[in-house]
Design a protein around this ligand. Structure first.
Ligand code: B16
Ligand code: MG
Length: 217
């Protein structure tokens, strides 16, 4: 049996969520806006444009289009300065184990990320070749929670959406997977990702038996 296995990037494969947090917090604080971990949760999986819109909204600030573009560029260069030094040791626990298992079982594997930096990051951690398809922020027009990113990934894998499984760390991403009629697996906290079909703290909690059941279901 073949299923399509679709992985989010930030917060699922690598812990770049912490770098996004640092970069957004710096930008918000520079603008005199408070920025909490709870607010950060609402930016996970959300595109760069929409993230900045939300932050400005929380601060009750309105700016010109040019300034908006400048702030986005600033956030991204700040974020990229964190990414620059990334190595394979920043791959999250047991991700390689799961990827290798699925590959050995001939299961098609895709990346489904909102990030425009996804390909760069995958190359940094030497996982670029591990995916049969890569769909990222440069390939979509609608951001999560819209299901577009995962539907394109399913199409590229030639697997029907309801035969796909999505691993996601964000609320928006879990909602996108559910809307795409895919099996959603939250990676993180149950109280945050309760809308997912299954929630695990990280991949060390996902057993080979569980993956085998998913394939054979
Ligand atoms: P960039 P994912 C998302 O990646 C992040 O979760 C989100 O925090 C970020 O704003 C978004 O990518 C855009 O990223 O600024 O690099 O284009 O979790 O969907 O892999
Ligand atoms: Mg994510």
């Amino acid at each position: 049996n073949k299923r399509g296995f679709i992985f989010d990037l930030d917060g699922v494969i690598v812990d770049t969520a912490k770098y996004h947090f640092l970069a957004w917090k710096k930008l918000a604080n520079d603008l005199g806006i408070d920025f909490t971990e709870h607010q950060n949760e609402q930016l996970k999986g959300v595109s760069r444009v929409q993230s900045l819109e939300k932050i400005l909204d929380w601060g009750g600030i309105s700016i010109s289009e040019l300034e908006f573009q400048n702030l986005m560029d600033k956030k991204n260069s700040d974020y990229l300065s964190h990414i620059e030094t990334m190595k394979e040791d920043e791959i999250l626990v047991d991700v390689p184990k799961v990827l290798t298992f699925l590959k050995n079982k001939q299961q098609p594997i895709a990346l489904g990320s909102a990030s425009k930096n996804a390909r760069k990051i995958l190359k940094k951690v030497a996982l670029y070749e591990s995916f049969d398809a890569i769909v990222d922020g440069t390939n979509v027009s609608k951001a999560k929670p819209d299901p577009e990113v995962f539907l394109i990934a399913a199409k590229e894998l030639h697997i029907a959406p309801n035969q796909c499984v999505v691993f996601e760390d964000s609320i928006a991403g879990v909602q996108a997977a559910n809307k795409a009629d895919m099996i959603s697996i939250g990676i993180g906290e149950q109280d945050v990702l309760g809308e997912a079909d299954f929630v695990f703290k990280d991949f060390s909690e996902i057993s080979i038996e569980f993956l085998t059941q998913l394939i054979n279901k």
